[in-house]
Structure formats: C-alpha cells, structure tokens
Design a protein around this ligand. Structure first.
Ligand code: PHE
Length: 456
C-alpha cells in the first residue's frame, strides 16, 4: 500500500464552504434522526435517553466532530492513509492506520442495514401514493407494517433499488449533482418535519409526548441507556468511522471547523427532537407502544398521513425527502471505503464502487432476511443479524473509532499542528483540548468497561 501517492490536487474539492456544510449535514441528517432516534428514545425510557443523548452531543459529539474534520483536512487523504500520514508527521507508529481501516469496515457494516431500512422508506413512498394510509388507525398501521416485514423478496427488492441508486451516485464522484440537490432537499425536509410536528400536535397527544421526552426522570438512566445514548450521538453525527474525516479531507483550508460543526450538530439534533415529538404524540394518542422497536416510525406516521388533508401527497413527499436524506448519508458511509480502495489499489472509482456494491448487496440481503425467515437465527448474545450489526456498529465500533481519534489528536499529534489546523481562540482551544484529552476518552472507556464487564 502506498501512503503518499495522493496529492490533494488529484482529489475532488468542495466548491465552497456552503457545499461542505451541506454535504456534512447531509451525512449527519438521515435515518439516524428520523428512524433511529425515535425508536431508541422509545426503547430507552424517553427523557432519560434524551437527556444523556443531548449531553453526549455537547460534551463528546461536537469536540469529536471537530477533531475528525481536523484530521481529514490536515491529511487530505482517505481515513486509513490519513491516520498513517499524520502518525508519520508526529513520529508515531504507522499502525494508527488501523483506525481508518476499522472505519472503512464500519461504514460497510452500517450500510448493511441502512440500505434495508431505507428500502422500507422507498416502499412507503409507493404506499402513500396508493392511498394505503387512508383512515388507518394504530392497530391497522402496525398490522400493515408486519405484513410488509414478512415478505423477504419485497424487502430485498427495495434494498436493491436503494443501493443501486447510492452506488450510481458514488461512482460519479464528488460534486456531481448531489450538491445541487442538497440545496433544495435539506431545507424541504426541515419544512415537512415542522409540518408533521404541527399535525401530530393537532391529532396526537402532544403534551404526553413532550412529557415523555423531556420531563427529567433520572432513575431511568441506567448504564445501558447511557451506552445507547452515547452510541446514538456518534451515529447521528456520522462520527467515529471516517465519513466526516473523508469529507474534511476535501475541505479547503480557510474554513472554520468549529462554526461548521456547531451548525451541523444543532440542525441534526433539532431534526431528531422534532421527529421524536411528532412520533410520540401519535404513539400516545393511538395506544401504541413507545418501545415498539425499529418499526416505530412506520407504524405511527401513516396514522397522521391518513387523516391530514392531501395526506397521500404529504406522505409521499415526506418519505421521498427521508429517502433523499438517507441517500446523502449512505454515500458518506461508503466514501471512506471508495477513497481507500482507489487511493491504494489500481482500481478506478467505478470498479471500487462495484466491489463495495456487491459486498453490500449480499450483506443487506441477509439483513432483510433477518426480519423474517432468519429472524430467529441468533448469532451472538441472542442477537440476530440486524440487531448485531446495529449494536456492534453504533455502540462499539463508532465510539471505539472516536476514542482512538481523540487519543491521537489529544496525545500523539503535535499541539502546534492541531492548534494551527483548528484555528480557535486560546480559551476555546483549551476547552476543546480538555474535552478531547479527558472527557471523551474517560466517558467512552467507562462505558466500555461496563459493557465488557470489567467493572462489576
Ligand atoms: N448520521 C447518519 C444518520 O443519522 C448515519 C451515518 C453514520 C452516516 C455514520 C455516516 C457515518 O442517518
């Protein structure tokens, strides 16, 4: 593997600051906010989860996102070579490249289930268009979703479609079309989410929803809630696996990493909270279970679309925008792998896309089956394939990647290099450094200690 064969001039570069912000926000905002956040909140006791999650975003997520963008921008390489390059710059071991390689793998594993869930979203575009939500109630929505999940070929079909579009876009490379589309799609998504909140306020139990999500309930904060909240903070911000690093590597030198990060984290968190409020209003008004699991949004949102005027069109539009948000995230999930392959082996971008595409098609097809035919095949710790990939990536691999990056930036890199790259004022820099050297490593390590039973 050559590690220095990637002069920045050969790589794409963002046309301007706004584009980078949009692309990184596009990576962050996705199924994590709309699909995962509500069901994780529901399964982890509501407000207890939300509180810890918000703390994790503020104390770990934001400093780590800055850290990861900084690493990418300084190295201007794919995550594995970026880590090797920066390590050499700091006279440290090349083996730091394993952090990047682990990220490449993590992206592939996340996309393994991401494309299946995004497939559900695609199916729901068609369902909305066909008027399948008319007058549907809680029980009806649940049944409709269960019938859908039981059909392996349909799940595989939608997964294939989602993956094919993702890979087509990826094979064309940075800048093509995607930037322009983001300009319209992201603000529209925000607008329709606001509308959904309005509707669920009108037809749902908004007070109960707000209470469930925000009234402090500290007794419900258990180690497993903390673990899930930490993992979700990483997942939703796309940090810990090199996505943000690879986007940062295409970023020009004159841009403020701190401001960009704050902006993205804020938008990302707001969307999650808004969707959560809408979902739980519907959950409580329709006698559904908050802890229904990964199907939660698909069993609740149809109820709202079923009663609102022009609900078919609104439903279609909503699911189209969610699919778009999922695409911009999926692209960032594979970009580390594509950049690594093309920059290390004599593969064209197109060939690299095929390699990852086929791998991920197989993985996704297996995940699709884990919702029906293979649902009872437990691989490790009583988890089937979907649960395993979800937990392994969100709760372990992403935090582990974040930990390694924090240790690297906090203890291995030269302070002058880090400071120069971040360009913060002295006080903000001191705060950031404290978060990276102490807060993040200690928080992540103690959670791992619990998880692996080192403490007990
Ligand atoms: N942040 C994305 C979402 O919320 C998922 C993602 C995770 C993307 C990790 C890239 C890297 O949907």
């Amino acid at each position: 593997m050559s590690q220095s064969a990637t002069p920045a001039a050969h790589r794409g570069a963002w046309r301007n600051r706004w584009t980078f912000v949009l692309a990184t926000a596009g990576s962050a905002i996705g199924l994590g906010n709309i699909w995962k956040f509500p069901y994780m909140t529901g399964a982890n006791g509501g407000s207890a989860f939300v509180l810890v999650y918000l703390l994790c975003i503020a104390l770990l997520g934001i400093p780590l996102m800055m850290c990861e963008i900084m690493l990418g921008r300084r190295a201007q390489r794919n995550p594995a070579d970026a880590m090797a390059y920066l390590a050499r710059e700091a006279n440290a071991s090349r083996q730091w490249r394993w952090v990047g390689l682990m990220g490449v793998l993590t992206g592939i594993l996340i996309l393994g289930f991401y494309s299946v869930i995004a497939g559900w979203v695609l199916d729901h575009i068609v369902r909305a268009a066909n008027g399948a939500f008319h007058g549907i109630d809680g029980a009806g929505a649940k049944l409709q979703f269960e019938i859908f999940l039981a059909k392996p070929l349909e799940l595989i079909f939608w997964h294939t479609l989602f993956l094919a579009v993702t890979m087509t876009v990826v094979s064309r490379g940075l800048n093509a079309g995607l930037e322009k589309a983001s300009n319209i799609m992201m603000p529209s998504l925000f607008a329709i989410v606001l509308l959904m909140v309005g509707y669920s306020m009108a037809v749902g139990n908004f007070a109960e929803s707000a209470r469930f999500m925000f009234s402090p309930n500290f007794v419900l904060i258990t180690p497993s809630v903390v673990l899930s909240a930490l993992g979700h903070a990483f997942f939703t911000l796309s940090i810990g696996m090199g996505s943000v690093m690879v986007y940062g590597s295409y970023l020009g030198r004159h841009i403020s990493i701190a401001r960009t990060t704050l902006y993205i984290a804020l938008t990302d968190t707001t969307i999650g909270l808004l969707v959560g409020l809408a979902i739980f209003s519907l959950v409580f008004a329709n006698g559904l279970a908050p802890a229904a699991g990964p199907g939660l949004i698909f069993q609740t949102l149809p109820i709202a679309f079923g009663v609102m005027p022009a609900g078919d069109i609104m439903g279609m539009l909503f699911f189209i925008l969610v699919a778009f948000a999922a695409w911009t995230s999926a692209i960032s999930l594979v970009e580390p792998a594509i950049a690594w392959i093309t920059e290390n082996f004599s593969f064209t971008r197109k060939q690299a896309t095929w390699v990852i595409g086929v791998t991920n098609w197989l993985l996704g097809a297996a995940v699709a089956l884990s919702f029906n035919l293979w649902a009872d095949i437990k691989l490790i710790a009583g988890l089937n394939l979907f649960d395993l990939l979800d937990k392994l990536t969100t709760n372990i691999l992403l935090p582990a990647g974040g930990l390694a990056m924090a240790l690297f930036a906090g203890y291995v890199m030269k302070t002058t290099h880090v400071a120069e790259e971040l360009g913060l004022g002295p006080r903000t820099y001191a705060l950031w450094r404290f978060a990276i050297r102490y807060v993040s490593p200690l928080a992540i390590l103690s959670i791992f200690a619990y998880l692996f039973g080192w403490l007990s």
